[in-house]
Design a protein around this ligand. Sequence first.
Ligand SMILES: [Zn+2]
Length: 140
Amino acid sequence: MDVHNKETRSYNMSCIKGKNTKPEEIVRKYLFSHGLRYRKNDKKLPGTPDIVLPKYKTVIFVNGCFWHGHENCRYFVVPKTNTEFWTNKIETNRQRDNRKINDLKRLGWNVIVIWECQLKKYVIEDTLNAVLNGILHEND
Ligand SMILES: [Zn+2]
């Protein structure tokens, strides 16, 4: 007999899969530890931002360098095969990103984009500090 109900099982799975903490989780934990409270993946907002801080009217996207086409980034390299397919796909993602950022700004949100490469070991502290400052001092 399976003693786990569906919720429990999927929770266990996510724990196992989450062994390498996802970039957006790292950011969330950091903000939480500094007393900031947020909503996750708010579908009511354009682009479903990864982190929403209503109190500071700020949203945060954590973008993978490849999928979102981080310009001049060494982690964004267009594959040598199917180059045209990838170029088009990433360009589409880029345009969608720009559109949702503009939509959010028009709605009065402060938008912060964090790239995955900015969360690498040697830069993560600076990045998170800057993000925190950006949130806290936006309305000064
Ligand atoms: Zn990057």
